[in-house]
Design a protein around this ligand. Structure first.
Ligand code: DX5
Ligand code: ZN
Length: 217
């Protein structure tokens, strides 16, 4: 079954805990927590205190933290302490990718590596052995509600083939413009094992039904 990780970027921030609980109760596998620094991406979102609050409110939830920030290594310990279960950072944002992966893993946290639309799948290959998750961006990161770029599909195929060849089984995740009726099935067919969805879940009239629609793919 396909995993779904609703992105709280599109949640109602005035009732964030309740929104997260609603999608988890509906069967979401984890919560995708988008951190933006106004530097690596041209937008700001939320950070450590918000994750701390959610962790307190939802002690059993799995938080899939997506760092869209420069120098992610600097913040690894803080995000682990705030409650992250998996920390994904961008290969484009770091000069010390291997050290950052090692630091995340040393805290017992899952390590994920994300690639922007302009970055080839092959950029991840040297690190695959140490990753719990690979995140292929379907949009230029920074904003919810953008259109999916189909170049992500070819990258998912390449990553699936390379993982199969090497006997590896990281989560292959895709983020940005993923919809249950259209791009979601294409991503799953191309090899995605987890779909990140912001607006498609949190802007839906019925969030639980939206989660179930993704899980059924
Ligand atoms: C975009 C974020 C996404 C975003 C996806 O930079 O990383 O997680 O919330 O939003 P949708 O699903 O609306 O494209
Ligand atoms: Zn994201």
């Amino acid at each position: 079954m396909t995993k779904v990780s609703p992105s709280v970027l599109s949640a109602d921030f005035a009732r964030l805990g309740a929104d997260c609980k609603e999608v988890l109760d509906a069967g979401a596998d984890m919560i995708h927590f988008d951190v933006m620094d106004g530097h690596f991406v041209d937008n700001l979102s939320f950070g450590l205190p918000v994750l701390e609050g959610l962790r307190k409110a939802l002690p059993d939830a799995y938080f899939d933290v997506h760092l869209m920030i420069t120098n992610p290594l600097t913040y690894v310990k803080d995000f682990v302490d705030a409650g992250a279960n998996c920390i994904t950072f961008h290969i484009e944002a770091s000069d010390n990718t291997r050290a950052t992966i090692a630091a995340i893993r040393a805290y017992g946290c899952g390590a994920g590596l994300a690639i922007n639309p302009n970055t080839p799948a092959e950029a991840v290959f040297p690190y695959l052995d140490d990753l719990s998750l690979v995140l292929v961006m379907g949009v230029t990161p920074g904003h919810g509600g953008q259109s999916f770029q189909t170049s992500a599909l070819d990258k998912l195929r390449k990553l699936r083939a390379e993982c199969q060849r090497r006997g590896l089984n990281p989560i292959l995740s895709v983020d940005g413009g993923v919809k249950a009726a259209t791009t979601g099935p294409q991503c799953v067919e191309a090899g995605a094992t987890m779909l990140v969805a912001g607006s498609a879940v949190f802007c839906a009239e019925d969030k639980a039904a939206a989660v179930q629609a993704f899980k059924a793919l």
